[in-house]
Design a protein around this ligand. Structure first.
Ligand SMILES: [Zn+2]
Length: 148
């Protein structure tokens, strides 16, 4: 099935103050995970606040004591950033990797997944992520209508 056919029936917006915090977190070379909350209105999900997960799982070899990350639990959206490498634009890294899909489907409860890069971001609904996983999309591409 085409992802656009599963176009989100909800619209996701992020409050300017929160977006500023997220853009800052997404400006570096480190990956961060934020749990976002807010409200569900007739216009869609309006995300207004969030907090960073204290421990991000790392794949750095030879680092003892690294434990599995916490998860966000029942929040509206899980945001993480993809660092932008030299020569890349934000748009180049706005996708949902196989690992992202796996983590979101099995470890998170939120209905919305968001990837940020610099001050740009895209979101996917849980249905879209599930469909992408089923279709073995690696990575799950951005849906232009769901990107800012
Ligand atoms: Zn990712």
């Amino acid at each position: 099935m085409n992802l656009a056919a599963l176009l989100a029936i909800v619209v996701v917006s992020i409050a300017p103050s929160l977006q500023q915090q997220l853009a800052e977190a997404a400006s570096g070379t480190t990956e961060h995970v934020w749990c976002l909350t807010g409200m569900l209105a007739s216009s869609g999900y309006h995300l207004t606040s969030g907090y960073e997960l204290p421990s991000l799982p790392t794949t750095v070899a030879g680092q003892p004591g690294v434990v599995a990350s916490d998860t966000c639990g029942p929040v509206l959206a899980v945001w993480h950033n993809h660092p932008i490498a030299a020569g890349e634009s934000a748009r180049d890294v706005l996708y949902f990797t196989k690992t992202d899909q796996h983590t979101f489907i099995w470890y998170e409860l939120a209905p919305i997944a968001i990837v940020g890069a610099g001050d740009k971001w895209c979101y996917w609904t849980r249905d879209q992520v599930l469909q992408g996983w089923k279709d073995n999309l690696s990575p799950l591409p951005a849906v232009p209508e769901q990107c800012v």
